[in-house]
Design a protein around this ligand. Structure first.
Ligand code: ADP
Ligand code: MG
Length: 256
């Protein structure tokens, strides 16, 4: 594993980063009469890049929020790195999260935005600075620390959000449609950046998208969701060649 972003003798974003395996067993979440997540089980290997793909309302975000600990399931268990996290609060799970609306704090500099999770964890100023700079280097924004968010392009702001998600060296990175607000060119550029980050950090990534092409080009394996249930979980090639059912075939075939 490369130690990208390492400062000689100083803290590295990658130093302690090794992906954790994730085990989701019988996850179920209801909202009134709606079964948002219906008995979902997933085994994700350490360091794997998995995409959750499905149409709007299929339960992708709810699975991700359960993994992050922002939403508690009605049934089922979640293990991260072998530890039962089902009832742990988000800050005890060692995960980083990037949302679709990657809101940065507009009144904080780029460096302070990135360092924010470290401040929340009571880490001292000098270490915060060094680790924020290392994280900015990983997303290729060295030297941008003093700028304000409004002085950056959309893609650069999204990279700051990525730096903020990895600054405390999580073992798992969860991303909920992180690129859908970007235009086509930026989206493709960021897809490549995220893939690079994945191979450099060795982190486990769960990437939610409703875009078939994005899922199939980026992920090691794709889990297709429909109405809260996993239809098929397989590498892209298998999904093309041997779709498990008509929904999977139609959904993958729908790609242009
Ligand atoms: P996706 O991310 O695939 O679009 P979601 O996980 O957001 O799907 O939603 C799955 C289902 O659960 C949808 O029918 C949605 O309306 C419902 N749902 C999600 N969150 C809530 C909530 N907080 N309250 C009520 N219903 C919800
Ligand atoms: Mg969603």
């Amino acid at each position: 594993m490369l130690a990208i972003g390492a400062i000689a003798g100083g803290p590295s974003v990658t130093a302690a980063t090794t992906g954790a395996a994730i085990s989701v067993r019988g996850l179920t979440r209801r909202f009134g009469a709606v079964v948002a997540v219906d008995d979902v089980s997933l085994e994700i290997a350490a360091g794997e890049f998995i995409a959750l793909l499905g149409p709007s309302g299929s339960g992708k975000s709810t699975v991700l929020m359960s993994l992050a600990g922002f939403d508690l399931p009605d049934a089922g268990r979640i293990l991260i790195g072998g530890e039962d996290c089902t009832h742990l609060p988000p800050h005890r799970r060692n995960i980083g999260m990037v949302f679709q609306n990657y809101t940065l704090f507009p009144h904080l500099s780029v460096a302070d935005n990135v360092a924010f999770p470290l401040k929340m964890r009571g880490i001292g100023r000098a270490e915060r600075r060094a680790r924020a700079e290392a994280a900015l280097e990983v997303v290729r924004l060295s030297g941008f620390g003093a700028r304000m968010p409004r002085q950056l392009s959309g893609g650069q702001q999204q990279r700051v959000a990525l730096a903020r998600a990895i600054v405390y060296r999580p073992r798992v990175l969860l991303m909920d449609e992180p690129l859908s607000a970007l235009d086509k060119n930026l989206r493709e550029e960021m897809q490549i950046e995220i893939k690079r980050l994945h191979s450099e950090l060795g982190i486990t990534i769960v990437f939610v998208t409703h875009d078939q092409g994005e899922a199939l080009t980026m992920a090691d394996r794709v889990a297709i969701l429909r109405a809260g249930r996993v239809q098929q979980i397989a590498p892209a090639r298998t999904l093309y060649e041997r779709p498990a059912n008509l929904f999977a075939a139609g959904f993958i075939g729908d790609m242009n």
